[in-house]
Design a protein around this ligand. Structure first.
Ligand code: 5GP
Length: 210
């Protein structure tokens, strides 16, 4: 296991549009975590900044980085590649800085399998309802129906992976969800036993799958 001086790894995954990016920024600020900035071949959205939200690269560049084993994990999501730089993450962790990952279930699975010598805590964030998810996606994607449809379809697939995570949290209120995550991280880091309402989550998943 990691020594007390090493950083920890915290993963936040969720179906696209469940509000995870806002949460990630808030958590990183509170806990002084470094947010891992991913590489992607997706086109930037209007307010996104290269080097802040993502490193936006061409497909050839991304495939080159795969060949050079530069990624800690990578995956194809919605026809685009997304990946985490191995070097940057390991450098931070070894310096004692904790790292927050905003990645999907495929990347989470890859990181888990590597059994790195750093503590790993994984969270799956759920939207309060399908209607709310649709609202958030419609606002963000400027009502581009083909993208919204694709992301709603992907949601059906993503949600199946909730069981692979340490904790599942419902984002119906940003501050409450934030407090819950901070509390769970704090308890887990000190090795406290955590009581967790799994039945509530199972019921919520059933509602989302209707
Ligand atoms: P978006 O295009 O909405 O920014 O992200 C789409 C999905 O890709 C989200 O579920 C996000 O968590 C995931 N994602 C972002 N960066 C990475 C990454 O580096 N690796 C993996 N595996 N998934 C990522």
């Amino acid at each position: 296991m990691s020594s007390i001086k090493d950083g920890i790894m915290v993963v936040l995954s969720s179906p696209s549009g469940a509000g995870k990016t806002t949460l990630a920024k808030k958590i990183a600020e509170k806990k002084k975590f470094v947010i891992s900035i991913s590489y992607t071949t997706r086109t930037p959205r209007s307010k996104e900044i290269n080097g802040e939200d993502y490193y936006f690269v061409k497909k050839e560049n991304f495939e080159n980085l795969i060949k050079k084993s530069e990624f800690l994990e990578y995956a194809k999501v919605f026809d685009n590649y997304y990946g985490t730089s191995k070097k940057k993450v390991l450098e931070s962790l070894k310096k004692g800085k904790s790292v927050l990952f905003d990645i999907d279930w495929q990347g989470t699975e890859q990181i888990k399998k590597q059994n790195l010598n750093f503590e790993l805590i994984t969270f799956f964030i759920l939207p309060p309802s399908k209607e709310e998810l649709l609202n958030r996606l419609s606002n963000r994607e400027n009502n581009d129906e083909s993208i919204i449809k694709k992301r709603m379809e992907q949601f059906e697939q993503d949600v199946l992976h909730w069981k692979d995570y340490d904790f599942v949290v419902i984002n119906d209120n940003l501050n409450a969800c934030f407090d819950e995550i901070i509390n769970l991280i704090n308890l887990k880091v000190v090795g406290k036993k955590i009581s967790y309402d799994r039945k509530k989550i199972e019921d919520h998943i059933k509602i989302l799958q209707v």
